[in-house]
Design a protein around this ligand. Structure first.
Ligand code: 5GP
Length: 114
């Protein structure tokens, strides 16, 4: 896959304040937040999107979900709730082609999403 801004962030080539990091994943605030709390969780390994993941990535995908739960708790979102979403491809609204999970919280979410 082509390198992306998130690949550079994950490799530490763009200085970024991580709210969480481990061997497999990093989390950081979205540049253009769509909610009072808007954090992105990405794998260090470059995977384009969920559609490009394979069975080999199963443990990593589960880990990314766990990281979302850890970060949401860390940010105080557990009590009122929050949303985790990943956009896939053009119609899914994906704009950065390095898999990422959005954690959105701090306001009432609408359903269905736009
Ligand atoms: P997508 O539309 O691909 O699901 O989400 C990409 C997200 O990345 C958007 O919410 C956008 O605001 C955010 N974003 C794009 N470029 C950067 C960047 O350089 N730094 C950070 N922190 N967020 C970014």
């Amino acid at each position: 896959m082509e390198d992306t801004i998130f690949g550079k962030i994950a490799r530490g080539e763009i200085p970024t304040d991580f709210v969480y990091e481990d061997e497999h994943a990093v989390a950081f605030h979205d540049l253009d937040p769509k909610a009072p709390t808007h954090i992105l969780v990405i794998p260090r390994e470059p995977i384009v999107s969920l559609a490009d993941a394979t069975a080999v990535d199963s443990a990593l995908l589960g880990h990314l979900m766990m990281v979302c739960a850890i970060v949401a708790a860390q940010e105080g979102l557990e009590e009122n709730g929050y949303r985790v979403v990943t956009n896939i491809g053009a119609e899914g609204g994906q704009s950065v082609f390095h898999l990422h999970l959005h954690i959105l919280g701090g306001r009432q979410m609408a359903w269905p999403p736009g």
